[in-house]
Design a protein around this ligand. Sequence first.
Ligand code: SF4
Length: 478
Amino acid sequence: MIDIDKYFKPNLNKARKRTKAEIEHKDYLLDERLQKIGVGKFYKIQTYGCQGNEADGETMAGILNDMGYQPTEDEALADIILINTCAIRENAENRIWGELGRLKAMKRRHPDLILGLCGCMAQEENVVNRVLEKYQHVDLIFGTHNIHLLPQYIESAYFNKERVVEVFSEEGNIVENLPKVRQNPYKAWVNIMFGCDEFCTYCIVPYTRGKERSRLKEEIIQEVKDLKTQGYKEVTLLGQNVNAYGKDFKDIVYTFGDLLMDLDKIGIPRIRFTTSHPHDLDDKTIEAFRSCKSVMPHLHLPVQSGSNAVLKKMNRHYTRELYVEVIGKLKKAKPDIALTTDIIVAFPTETEADFQMTLELVKEMDFEGAYTFIFSKRAGTPAYSFEDNIPEFEKKDRLKRLIKLVNEGYLRASQKYKNQVVEVLVEGTSKNDDKTLAGYSEHNKLVNFKGDKSLIGKIVKVKITEARTWFLIGEACE
Ligand code: SF4
């Protein structure tokens, strides 16, 4: 019988807590004795979920590289495999159970392989208990608060042949100077803050990522300056709720809008950010859209529902009217801004009338795109115990009706750009044809056009000749 209580496991009650405790800002330092233990060995990181997880994956790769390991895409070659998980919806979690099952055979063939589970699922008590009891081939479990301790965990798992489980259910600190292996040479993720205190009733993030805590502005400004020097053309500022940036500063008043204006002075061509929250999106941020040349004219602002009754049950802290007001101010400040959003359908107690309000709002806001989901209940969240009284067929039908409307918005938006000249950051060749270049416009539209590969990594002017629902086609301007 495995004594699963001897491990440092996540604890949901602790994860719920929010105190006024000061946040520590620490510096990462790799212990000298761990700098060569990976020489001649390989690692593979499988990342699922959001940009925040991708940024964490880049940090884990940076740490493993510092230890002498090399990356590989070939599992059979890997000495370490890290599964960097997402817990946002049930289907995301089911994929991971499948993956862990599949990798059991790999572990049997390669007993020295270190198989690790990390990311948001590792912060869930029920998940860690299940792994400890049923997936004994998983050697290492660590959470979102202690990625910087990965070297010590590998040392224990490898040299002491110990099963390592260390997950902190805490509010969290900030660790700076973490190494990174950035996946894209032209666009970079830049974390500006971690955690979330919004506690939307359907969301697991406040329990898996801790409380809202902002990096010091000096660290962020220096990171963006360094990226510009390295030739990066675009940065995306990351946070679960970037608009809450700076709210936790005790000694200065410095907001997200201030940060955008300071970053704009650096002169990097493009600044984007995600994810925003309507109730924290303030006038200074709207002003940054109007006056900052490098802030790109696209905003992803999740609305989730068009019904105030549903928004209340979701604990979203805003009404439909406030959302419309914010968008009104935004369109006044930046008339050509491209708007996209997130919408959840069939949230418990959502009526057909509530759903109609969502459809109406989608039409009124003229979204240029949306991520749409059927409500997925998450263990540990308040909505998990809400009575789910909507029949499956009804849920699917609502999603189908919503997607139809959203796709009409996608196409309508694409057609706006026909015969326009847009600026495209060329990221490479198109997936389907390597004589066609691909990249995103300022309004975050995918653009394909014929051109020489020497244009990759550059921002070029492209005249749009054809508009499709999901992408634009154009010709490079001389
Ligand atoms: S704002 Fe809401 S949905 Fe977004 S991460 Fe925070 S709790 Fe989750």
